[in-house]
Each structure stands twice: as C-alpha cells, then as structure tokens.
Design a protein around this ligand. Structure first.
Ligand code: AMP
Length: 179
C-alpha cells in the first residue's frame, strides 16, 4: 500500500453539495480494510513518541478516524460537536463560515492541563473549522496541541491560515482542490 494508491482511491464528486465544489469522498478508502489499516497506522506513526493523551475529532467526518487513531496511540477520544449536540455542560467557540456563523462545543471537563492533544479532521480546506477547534481546545488549558488531517486541499492555503496558531500540522495526502 502507498500514499499514491490511497490518493487515487479518494473519490472526487463534482458539484457536491453544490455547484463548483469538488467533494473529496473518503468513504471509498475507509471501506477498504487494507487502506483503512494503512492510513491509521501512517497517521499515528507521526505521534507515537509525542505522549498524546486525547485525540479530538471534529464533527462530523473527523469522527470517522479519530477513535481509531486514539486506539493506535493509547489515547482517549473526545468529540467536538456542533451546537446543541453534547449533553453535559459545554464551552463553545463561534466562527464565520461561507454563509453565516457556526458554533462548535466541547464538554467543559473533557480536557485539562495534563493533556497532550491531537486534533483530527478528515480534510484541511480553508482552515476555518480547524482554527475554531484549536481555539476551543486552548480554552481548556491543555499542555500541547497537535493537528492532523487525512487530506490537505492544496490551493486554499489552510496551512498558511493556521500559521499564527503555532501548532504542528501533519496531513497524509495533498490533493489539488480542483483535481
Ligand atoms: P475548512 O473550514 O474550510 O478548512 O473546511 C474543513 C471542513 O469542511 C472539513 O471538515 C471537511 O470535511 C469539509 N470540506 C471542505 N472542503 C471539502 C471538500 N472539497 N471535500 C470534502 N469535504 C470538504
């Protein structure tokens, strides 16, 4: 198995969810047992010596791999969810999306000063959602934050957008946004 093979098998769906978007569909690669094992291992390998205690997954497609990554790393899984979905007391961050504002939440006791956190999402596009997730996790005074995604969309400058956040970012595949 290679990264190139994985890249080839990500399904591009034109005009979803609306005209002009080239949607990168990862269901094709997570459905393949060999590819699933390969990507989890590759993503986790970067962090084996980092002492990660919690992997934070961003709703909703960040939930696909974050628990598997947490298991690989001997860490726990923590969900960051859209407004109103978490049952216990939460803290939140609001951020601007293409159309209007969005709010994400985390349980207020989900993380603390002893935690070394890996925030995971499937795709890094403009970086807006990841920046909000970083801000949310920071509010809980964790020890250190790392960020990873399965796919970095080249051409949207998400990595540059997150530069000021001063966190290590690792993505397994780079795919052109219009590819
Ligand atoms: P952004 O905040 O722009 O970095 O967008 C990141 C979020 O939007 C991720 O959670 C992705 O799941 C989703 N996303 C953005 N662009 C795409 C795309 N072209 N294909 C699939 N998902 C996308």
């Amino acid at each position: 198995m290679t990264i190139e093979q994985l890249k080839k098998d990500v399904r591009n769906v034109p005009d979803f969810p609306k005209k002009g978007i080239q949607f990168k569909d990862i269901t094709t690669i997570v459905a393949n047992p060999e590819e699933l094992r390969f990507m989890c291992k590759q993503l986790a390998d970067v962090y084996r010596q980092k002492g990660i205690t919690k992997v934070v997954g961003i709703e909703s497609r960040g939930f696909i791999l974050a628990p598997a990554l947490a298991m690989e790393l001997g860490a726990g899984f923590v969900p960051v969810r859209k407004h109103g979905k978490l049952p216990y007391e939460t803290i939140e961050v609001s951020y601007e999306k293409e159309y209007g504002m969005d709010t994400i939440q985390i349980h207020k006791d989900a993380l603390g000063p002893d935690d070394v956190v890996l925030i995971h999402d499937d795709i890094l596009a403009t970086g807006g959602s990841m920046q909000a997730a970083i801000a949310l996790v920071r509010k809980l005074d964790v020890k250190k934050i790392y960020v990873n995604c399965l796919i970095e969309l080249i051409g949207l400058n998400g990595r540059e957008y997150l530069q000021g956040e001063n966190v290590d970012i690792d993505c397994l595949m780079e795919i052109e946004v219009d590819e």
